[in-house]
Design a protein around this ligand. Structure first.
Ligand code: FES
Ligand code: FES
Length: 174
């Protein structure tokens, strides 16, 4: 067993972990943060998406020991002192889920995705590669969120929720 320390949702965590343990299993089985979901466990569905120092990662493909010393944020850490994250509110308003199994991954992924766009990181559908800031229209959102699958087919509501949240932040119409 290795002993590692990391910050999870703002709290220092020290745990003994088998070096073969995925970050997903550490979060769910050891830290009991079961908001992060295990869908495929092989990097295909996005249900396990969490943030590592603000970047989205698939925690099923990440060894926990690789993230020693890092800041991990799960869906349980998205809400602020004023309540749910604006994106969480928008998911409710736009019916962005049915069973909710994919929702934590979608939320974490979208938070990091919006930050990527704000930094000018292009996607496959970005036409102006010189832009400092990329407007998150629906094509950009659909492309950038294509690694997160919803088996219930709530993608229209999911895209609408993301568009409303981040188009408003960008000062654009959705
Ligand atoms: S559970 Fe990690 S991508 Fe599906
Ligand atoms: S809401 Fe059921 S998988 Fe997305």
């Amino acid at each position: 067993m290795d002993h590692i320390a990391m910050r999870v949702n703002g709290a220092e965590v020290r745990v003994a972990v088998d070096p073969r343990t995925s970050l997903l299993d550490l979060l769910r089985e050891t830290l009991h943060l079961t908001g992060t979901k295990k869908g495929c466990d092989q990097g295909a569905c996005g249900a396990c998406t969490v943030l590592a120092d603000g970047e989205r990662i698939l925690s099923c493909l990440a060894l926990a020991v690789q993230y020693a010393g890092r800041e991990i944020t799960t869906v349980e850490g998205l809400a602020g002192p004023d309540g749910p994250h604006p994106l969480q509110r928008a998911f409710i308003e736009h019916d962005g889920f049915q069973c909710g199994y994919c929702t934590p991954g979608h939320l974490c992924s979208a938070v990091a995705m919006a930050a990527e766009a704000a930094r000018g990181v292009p996607s496959y559908v970005t036409t102006d590669l010189t832009a400092d800031r990329i407007v998150l229209d629906r094509d950009e959102i659909r492309e950038r969120m294509s690694g997160n699958l919803c088996r219930c087919g709530a993608h229209n509501g999911i895209v609408a929720a993301i568009a409303e949240t981040y188009a408003a932040a960008q000062g654009e119409g959705a």
